[in-house]
Write a protein that binds this ligand. Structure first.
Ligand code: PLP
Length: 393
């Protein structure tokens, strides 16, 4: 029995997630009759404004923020760009300090700035090396370290990062796009200045995100214009998208409070257990404990990722090599390079990412199909890794 409407076993939930039925329900009225401009001073406008205010409270509730610390954007990429460009404009001289395993939204943005960038290293476990990070803060202008990595799922010590940054008067951003809805986030506990979110990673719609901006933080908008979002992000609000993000945030908050993370980990662990018990030459990448409950990142001796993906796609399993954001790149990802994963092992890895919409039966079935695909590939490819490689970040 497969839960997905397409009849596939969808295990690419770090790339994107299906919209929850209640999220779609919440959005529909705002796509149909709720067309008023939220800035309008008539009843239609006021209604849309009211719906956005509710969504702001719901998103704030997911991350322990106050509603007026939430700025809606067009997605994770815009949130990250807004935070980092703001830091860049307001900081004095010095380097941008970001972890070596950041998503391209962070890496390409800091590379575009006219300042030096220092990539803080991670260990073989994929966790930021805090000692070297701290040493590297001398001469820093601002900091960005992700909450959880999109490829490996490894969780980063963001609270310590924020504390070290704060002690030096540095602004600190975290890209929490992958963590939100999968693990609890509390901006007060972590102490970051800004935090990026994207709705489609937690069963909301695509093209809408949010940036947490700590109250009192000096801020410069990236997008200027009509002064929406209290002047922090201009542009007519995407009412339906924002309402959908709010509903998804509320659903995620309840799901996590109800122990949902543990249920997802159960599926992921059952999948890994079955794969590991049936095959030799399998390595799990990244810290086995400090990781998102939904993510499995495995390397298979004697297989190439592209071949595996093709066989799994044929078998009706959707998953990914690394992450889907830059599919088609034929080299180990920068995340794997930063972790020191040898080339062959890096090129033979698979990222399998679950969500609340999967079932234990799907996890078991997918494990069996992965085992069959690996055996098939090994029988034709022998011990070496084939020439076809798809790599992603
Ligand atoms: C860690 C991380 N940051 C940022 C993004 C970009 O988010 P969006 O696609 O919503 O712009 C992604 C998307 O994969 C991501 O995984």
């Amino acid at each position: 029995m497969r839960a997905d409407a397409w009849g596939v076993i969808y295990l690419d939930c770090n790339a994107t997630t299906p919209i929850l039925p209640e999220v779609l329900e919440a959005m529909l009225p705002w796509l149909k009759d709720g067309y008023g401009n939220p800035s309008g001073s008539h009843a239609l406008g006021r209604r849309a404004r009211g719906a956005i205010d509710v969504a702001r409270e719901q998103v704030a509730g997911l991350i322990g923020a106050k509603p007026d610390e939430v700025v809606f954007t067009s997605g994770g990429t815009e949130s990250v760009n807004t935070a980092l460009h703001c830091f860049d404009r307001l900081a004095g001289s010095g380097r941008a300090v970001v972890s070596a395993i950041e998503h391209s939204a962070v890496l390409r943005t800091v590379e575009s700035l006219e300042r030096e960038v220092w990539l803080a290293p991670v260990g073989a476990d994929g966790v930021l090396d805090l000692e070297r990070f701290e040493a590297g803060l001398a001469g820093a202008a601002f900091v960005s370290v992700m909450t959880a990595n999109n490829e490996t799922g490894v969780l980063q010590p963001v609270a310590e990062v924020a504390r070290l940054g704060r002690e030096r008067g540095l602004a600190v951003h975290t890209d929490a796009v992958q963590a939100a809805g999968k693990v609890a986030i509390d901006v007060r506990e972590t102490g970051v200045d800004t935090l990026s979110l994207s709705a489609h990673k937690f069963h909301g719609p695509k093209g809408v995100g949010a940036l947490f901006v700590r109250k009192g933080l000096r801020f410069e908008p990236l997008l200027r214009g009509g002064g929406q979002e209290r002047g922090l992000r201009s542009g007519t609000e995407n009412t339906a998208g924002i309402v959908g993000m709010g509903a998804a945030a509320e659903a995620a908050r309840k799901f996590l409070a109800d122990g949902g993370g543990g249920r997802i980990a159960e599926m992921r662990d059952a999948f890994e257990k079955r794969v590991m018990a049936s095959l030799s030459g399998v390595v799990a990448n990244g810290d086995p404990a400090k990781r998102l409950p939904n993510t499995s990142h495995l390397s298979f001796d004697g297989c190439d990722s592209a071949g595996l993906l093709v066989l799994l796609d044929d078998a009706g399993v959707a998953c990914s090599a690394g992450s889907a954001c830059m599919a088609g790149k034929s080299k180990p990802s920068h995340v794997q390079l930063a972790m020191g994963i040898p080339g062959k092992r890096a090129r033979s890895s698979l990222r399998v990412s679950f969500s609340r919409l999967n079932t234990l039966a799907e996890a078991e079935e997918a494990a069996g199909l992965v085992v069959r695909a690996v055996e098939k590939l090994r029988s034709v490819q022998g011990p070496g890794v084939g020439p076809v490689v798809v790599y992603t970040s």
